[in-house]
Structure formats: structure tokens, C-alpha cells
Design a protein around this ligand. Structure first.
Ligand code: DGL
Length: 273
């Protein structure tokens, strides 16, 4: 059996914050990262469009041989994962696996809250899908979920404005909106893989005693457990510790930007879809 890399997909750079933690937890595997930068952000796009773009990218990762693809993007996980898992894989190759970032996070979030009030900060698309309240309800029926869409945050990050006073303004505004919905929120999840770049500013904007969680480590731990439990999938994944980076937009832009998210310099290749 030919072993192949694990595919990691995001609309742009955000998934690199997840890849960083995955490669720290599972350095032995090979990975192919695909950022659909030419069509990012996905956050305000319709269900149909996010599904179409995501499925196209996942299929490309399959053509590269990936036996397993992680949607390291909440918007794609919220709007496309179910259709891919329930319909598409059956049709094209039931042996392939596609996993998202919502389930691993909702499975454990109840462990962090003492008040039983959790805040979700995400893109419009993720909030409108209601995926977080629905999934959290399954694992923790007593937990109350309050959501706030932050449509300016991804553009601030993608346009290198995440350290600017403009970022302070929008972060404070969205956090105040969220906290205004329940004075009792003690745990906030950054339910967008771009948001860890705003962590310092978010921590300054929240009231004392509130915990902020980002998804990278949570998703990495969950993938580790998944591969331990599913030896038949782990065995299809190649293990040379190599990573390939692909972007649907300019490689120069990608390479200049990616290190901020990934923590290391990156050399990407262009993919025309
Ligand atoms: N990083 C993606 C997420 O986790 C969102 C970026 C976008 O809007 O494209 O939702």
C-alpha cells in the first residue's frame, strides 16, 4: 500500500495556526497544506459557495493521494463537512476521510466552563450555521451558548492590520457585544482559525477571569487520538516529516504572510483551480 500525506485545508492562512500545532503533536507524518487564498475570506459567502469551493479543494487533495483531509477552517466545517461526509465520499471513495474542527472543540468545551455560559466568536457563516450551539448541546445539554459574528476580524488579519488601532476598535466592540448577552460567560472560544493572531488584543479586551480558548492544540490532540484509534487510517499516512504548501493565489504573498501564522518561513507552490 502506498502511503500518502495528510491534507490540511483552509480558506487562506488561518489553518496554518492549526497545522503548527498538528505538526508539533504529530511531527512524524507528512502534510499538504492548501490555502484557497484567491477566494478567501469564505466567512460571508453562501452555503452553496463555501461547499463548492471546499469540495473542489478537498478533491484536489485527494488527487494528491491524501487518505485523510482536515478542514482547518470553521466556516468550511460548518457549511460543507456534513455534505462531504454524508454524500460525496460515498460516491467517490468511501475509504477517504474528511474531518473538521468543530466536533473536537465542542466535545471538550464543557470542561472549561464553571458558570455553564460559553461565548463563541466566529465568522458570519459559522454563526448563521448554528453549528456550535447544536453540537455543544449534544455533549453538554446544560451549557448555554452565546455567539457573536466578527466579520471584520478575518479581513484585519488577512490584510496585516491585526496589530493596528483599527483592530482594537473592532475587537472591543465584538467582545462587548458578546459579554452584553450574558454577564456570566466565563469561557470564550475563538471559533475561527485566523483569530489566534488577535489573542493578545482579545485578552486585553475581555473581563478578568474569562478563559479564552483557541483551537490549534485541541484539534491536534484530537487528531492524535483519532489516528491512535484508527490504525487503518494511520497506516495509509506517510511518515517522513515533510510538509508541502500550496496556495491558489500568489506564492510571494503567501510566503511573506504565512510565517506569521505558522511561526516558521514557508515556501509555497501555486495551484490553479
Ligand atoms: N479561518 C476560517 C475559519 O476558521 C475563516 C476565514 C474565512 O472567513 O475565510 O472560519
Amino acid at each position: 500500500m502506498k502511503q500518502q500525506p495528510i491534507g490540511i485545508f483552509d480558506s487562506g492562512y488561518g489553518g496554518l495556526t492549526v497545522l503548527k500545532e498538528i505538526t508539533a503533536a504529530l511531527p512524524q507524518f507528512d502534510y499538504i497544506y492548501l490555502g484557497d487564498n484567491a477566494r478567501s475570506p469564505y466567512g460571508n459567502r453562501s452555503f452553496e459557495t463555501v461547499y463548492e469551493y471546499t469540495w473542489q479543494c478537498v478533491q484536489w487533495l485527494f488527487t494528491q493521494g491524501c487518505p485523510l483531509v482536515i478542514l482547518a477552517c470553521n466556516t468550511a466545517s460548518a457549511k460543507a463537512l456534513r455534505s462531504i461526509q454524508q454524500n460525496d465520499l460515498q460516491k467517490i471513495d468511501p475509504s477517504k476521510r474528511v474531518l473538521g474542527v468543530i466536533r473536537p472543540t465542542t466535545e471538550i468545551i464543557g470542561r472549561y466552563t464553571k458558570t455553564g455560559n460559553v461565548g463563541i466568536l466566529a465568522t458570519n457563516g459559522t454563526v448563521i450555521s448554528n453549528s456550535y450551539p447544536i453540537e455543544i448541546q449534544k455533549f453538554y445539554p446544560a451549557v448555554h451558548v452565546f455567539q457573536e459574528a466578527c466579520p471584520m476580524w478575518v479581513p484585519l488579519v488577512e490584510n496585516n492590520e491585526y496589530n493596528s488601532p483599527g483592530a482594537d476598535y473592532f475587537i472591543q466592540k465584538n467582545i462587548d457585544n458578546l459579554m452584553g448577552r450574558s454577564g456570566n460567560i466565563d469561557t470564550i472560544l475563538l471559533a475561527c482559525t485566523h483569530y489566534p493572531l488577535l489573542m493578545e488584543k482579545i485578552k486585553k479586551a475581555i473581563p478578568a477571569g474569562v478563559t479564552v480558548l483557541s483551537q490549534g492544540e485541541i484539534v491536534a490532540d484530537s487528531l492524535k487520538l483519532y489516528l491512535e484509534k484508527h490504525a487503518e487510517i494511520a497506516e495509509k499516512c506517510s511518515k517522513n516529516g515533510q510538509i508541502g504548501f500550496f496556495t491558489t493565489d500568489s506564492v510571494e504573498d503567501f510566503d511573506n504572510h504565512a510565517a506569521i501564522f505558522y511561526g516558521k518561513p514557508v515556501k509555497s507552490k501555486h495551484l490553479g483551480l
